[in-house]
Design a protein around this ligand. Sequence first.
Ligand SMILES: Nc1ncnc2c1ncn2[C@@H]1O[C@H](COP(=O)(O)OP(=O)(O)OP(=O)(O)O)[C@@H](O)[C@H]1O
Ligand SMILES: [Mg+2]
Length: 736
Amino acid sequence: MKYQEINGRLVPEGPTPDSSEGNLSYLSSLSHLNNLSHLTTSSSFRTSPENETELIKEHDLFFKAVSLCHTVQISNVQTDCTGDGPWQSNLAPSQLEYYASSPDEKALVEAAARIGIVFIGNSEETMEVKTLGKLERYKLLHILEFDSDRRRMSVIVQAPSGEKLLFAKGAESSILPKCIGGEIEKTRIHVDEFALKGLRTLCIAYRKFTSKEYEEIDKRIFEARTALQQREEKLAAVFQFIEKDLILLGATAVEDRLQDKVRETIEALRMAGIKVWVLTGDKHETAVSVSLSCGHFHRTMNILELINQKSDSECAEQLRQLARRITEDHVIQHGLVVDGTSLSLALREHEKLFMEVCRNCSAVLCCRMAPLQKAKVIRLIKISPEKPITLAVGDGANDVSMIQEAHVGIGIMGKEGRQAARNSDYAIARFKFLSKLLFVHGHFYYIRIATLVQYFFYKNVCFITPQFLYQFYCLFSQQTLYDSVYLTLYNICFTSLPILIYSLLEQHVDPHVLQNKPTLYRDISKNRLLSIKTFLYWTILGFSHAFIFFFGSYLLIGKDTSLLGNGQMFGNWTFGTLAFTVMVITVTVKMALETHFWTWINHLVTWGSIIFYFVFSLFYGGILWPFLGSQNMYFVFIQLLSSGSAWFAIILMVVTCLFLDIIKKVFDRHLHPTSTEKAQLTETNAGIKCLDSMCCFPEGEAACASVGRMLERVIGRCSPTHISRCEISLSSLCCR
Ligand SMILES: Nc1ncnc2c1ncn2[C@@H]1O[C@H](COP(=O)(O)OP(=O)(O)OP(=O)(O)O)[C@@H](O)[C@H]1O
Ligand SMILES: [Mg+2]
């Protein structure tokens, strides 16, 4: 806890971890007010005996509220070690391990424990708190659960004295309007100050119930919870009825530290041509401050605001003004801040105008968003005229709806539980891994899938077109060009493995280059590799290859040509087999030409497929198989291979087919290479690659340093050409 604010008095520095009994000196010091003067800002505060008791009461109630109003759980393992369970009153707080779905709650309960008000366990019916070593049992009557629309939660407890109390905590916008007592205005100012520092704030309040009041609300809660229809609405109405007439106790501010490399990751996303929007439930000031610190907003940016709009017309006017400012202000970049209520007004009737403003802003920040609003924003972007692909990243339960709405949903397994991760398409452990996920794995899989799909079309066009052309020469007699076994095995055995292995292993550029140069991602943006142009290219390539297979075979071993030494001529099946053989080789070598990353598996399946075809054909046609009724291919393949001219025909046709493709590739690469193609030329040192990945782990860093030193020594013995290469590798080591 960074700050606490108790009834208008600001405590600038939070308590520090202390003894096993909590920071007893802190609370006991409350009774010696000379120690307390530095904690207060209220000038009206005097250290008189009445104030002293009042202050102790306020502090006590505030911390009681903090340690009772939550849904934190205690780890059983930790509590087992002293006595017989979590109810042990002599349990040392340092042995307690708190678990919560909200990191704020955990921080607050831990902070209260350090002060000396230790939450030591709960069951369905009681909550136990130890105040300065004295055990107090609170009967837990009801929990009014937190939800992101209400932005608050409450508990109703029965104090040991028998009093029935409601403790509520939540966003200042949802608690302060419900308060009728306490230092509301002072607290509001303090909360704003905290938020400007980028801290996450919560307000804490309480209410006392008379027994009659409690009976009434108990009845209402029971009715709502057991309702068979519209339970949610009924519960919301009851919560609304209960959480009112509160007395403000104070506010808390918790620092929500950014994970490491958030700034770098956001910068990389931007360089990759990805537009970043931040959607958060946080307060406006907190959200802006966090956006500035994470690099979403820059100091040089012109920040436009659409906040606190009350009506449609006011909102429309503000939007028009913003649109005007964007055209008039000669600033390169604009950032837009919009809050939940203004956003719903903007989307009601002025959707187009709003989108127009957003389109001209390089960064958009939406704060105080309810979960469904986050999903709505994603839908709005999805259906905008540009039809962009949306990706949502979130870590909390309030991000689930937006994760599900986006084309790609990514959940971060973090302090806020696993709900987001469980509902996502991909789950990552840290935000920084997003760049590797997109720029390395995303890029690889896009290339792999794009090639896989188009190659399949290509190889089947190659396969079926000669059969079609053949019909013109066999009087449409339904005679097949290839034997039925070849027809069956073409896609299953002869040409399946190279593309399968390609689509699993291909790395067209070194992964480190991809990660360090996010701009390469632009080469595959807008589905560039699956565009009509590339699809047509592959299809035309397939047709041209098929024409070469068919007419090449026809010309080279046509009916009047004798190709065997003894004057024998080839028949129908030999003609078909020749075309088929050329096809299997061409299609496989074409895959080899597409492959940039050669492993032994690629070699095995590529050359293995061709060898398998030959070996299979030799056995298939070379033996009279007893279980085959008729064997059209008997000795056909062997006869084909025994002709030198057939070998010449095969080589000539394969080379002709691939030559066209190679020429196109060479011209393309030299005349207008893409950045990815340029990067492919960047030399990468295989030895350094494994070092690089080693450095990603903390344990690897020490090893890296020593290897780095060793390399430096080795450089001294290198030739000048090698030195420059080593230096690049070394500098990449030193960056870490
Ligand atoms: N456990 C809680 N108890 C009471 N109030 C809470 C709790 N968690 C959050 N709040 C309040 O409700 C607000 C909205 O919370 P929500 O979880 O929707 O978004 P967030 O956690 O602030 O931001 P993000 O969208 O970045 O996760 C918070 O800003 C906070 O003021
Ligand atoms: Mg949250």
